[in-house]
Design a binder for this molecule. Structure first.
Ligand code: F6P
Length: 323
């Protein structure tokens, strides 16, 4: 393999730049040319493709966001869009790809490989940590720390004003961000899509706390929670317990930005090297990940279709510590 392309796609995540840097430098180390594809599949279709050298990725290991920019492409979901992307890769003589992203990115890459035979190795880049085939995704650790910092601040004001705060954190279909935030932030309740906790039981738990003279409460809600978003849940709680002074905070996109943590920079670097070396060694349609501290390559199909279970011992910790 003489020339590869690298791109970032889907929601950005802190550490994506560190991964791009590792991909570029590993390719060059092995004598392979490397091209950056801007704005994910969208830039691939339009031919926004630039040669990268070792200095192109200097001074980015510590930066949040992605120098390659990111996008979610509707057009790549059509055969016509994928054909246009393939034509651009052929024009640029790109023989293999490293895709840094999440579920949607790998769904596209798997289909693309099947239709056009372009080998792709994935690097898990998403704050959600919802990918099967790796214990942690690039950006997750930073996002949890960012959300936790916000929660600590909310706790101060909740305590001063004797209020109940419903704090919504990201995680489209998963509670991976919410659970460590709830444990680390000393929350009374965590609501995540993986477990079913009824509104009635939330109200009951808050009532029990009130009887025990607790004056402030923290409820961490994952945005994908089935009972609804934090505002919806808080409104219903207020109707049931009118005396409770309720507030809602949506932590939002600050969870996606900022300098990556040490753990994310290390993970991104390790995975970036593994992705390129996997590609050079003939791997295709797999994601490089770390499971039980070991490097593993998992087929895209499994990463996309298999649900990564939440850590049940964390739920038990919540149960014990939130009383
Ligand atoms: O997948 C990462 C993520 O931040 C999710 O947690 C969230 O649901 C989604 O992206 C938000 O996407 P957008 O930036 O397009 O609003």
């Amino acid at each position: 393999m003489k020339r590869i392309g690298v791109f970032t796609s889907g929601g950005d995540a802190p550490g994506m730049n560190a991964c791009v840097r590792a991909v570029v430098r590993t390719a060059l180390y092995h004598g392979v040319e490397v091209y950056g594809i801007m704005r994910g599949y969208s830039g691939m279709i339009k031919g926004e493709i630039v040669r990268l050298d070792t200095t192109s990725v200097a001074n980015i290991v510590q930066r949040g966001g992605t120098i390659l920019k990111s996008a979610r492409s509707q057009r790549f979901q059509t055969k016509e869009g994928r054909q246009a992307a393939f034509d651009q890769l052929v024009n640029h003589k790109i023989e293999g790809l490293v895709a840094i992203g999440g579920n949607g990115t790998f769904t596209g890459a798997e289909l693309f490989e099947r239709e056009f035979g372009i080998p792709t190795v994935g690097a898990p880049g998403t704050i959600d940590n919802d990918l099967f085939g790796t214990d942690y995704t690039i950006g997750y650790d930073t996002a949890v720390n960012t959300a936790l910092e916000a929660i600590d601040k909310i706790r101060d004001t909740a305590d001063s004003h004797d209020r109940a705060f419903f704090v919504e954190v990201m995680g489209r279909d998963s509670g991976y961000i919410a659970i460590p935030c709830a444990i680390g932030g000393g929350a009374e309740i965590v609501l995540v899509p993986e477990t079913q906790q009824s509104l009635e039981s939330v109200i009951e738990q808050l009532q029990i706390g009130r009887k025990r003279q607790k004056s402030s409460f923290l409820v961490v809600v994952a945005e994908g929670e089935e009972e609804g978003n934090a505002t919806h849940i808080a409104t219903q709680v207020k109707e049931a317990i009118p005396e409770l002074d309720v507030r809602v905070t949506v932590v939002g996109h600050i969870q996606r930005g900022g300098a990556p943590s040490a753990a994310d920079r290390l993970l991104a670097s390790q995975i970036g090297i593994a992705a390129v070396e996997g590609l050079i060694n003939g791997m295709r349609s797999v994601m490089a990940g770390i499971v039980d501290r070991k490097l593993v390559y998992t087929p895209f199909h499994d990463c996309i279709t298999r649900k990564k279970p939440i850590n049940q011992s964390f739920m038990r910790m919540m149960e014990i510590l939130s009383t």
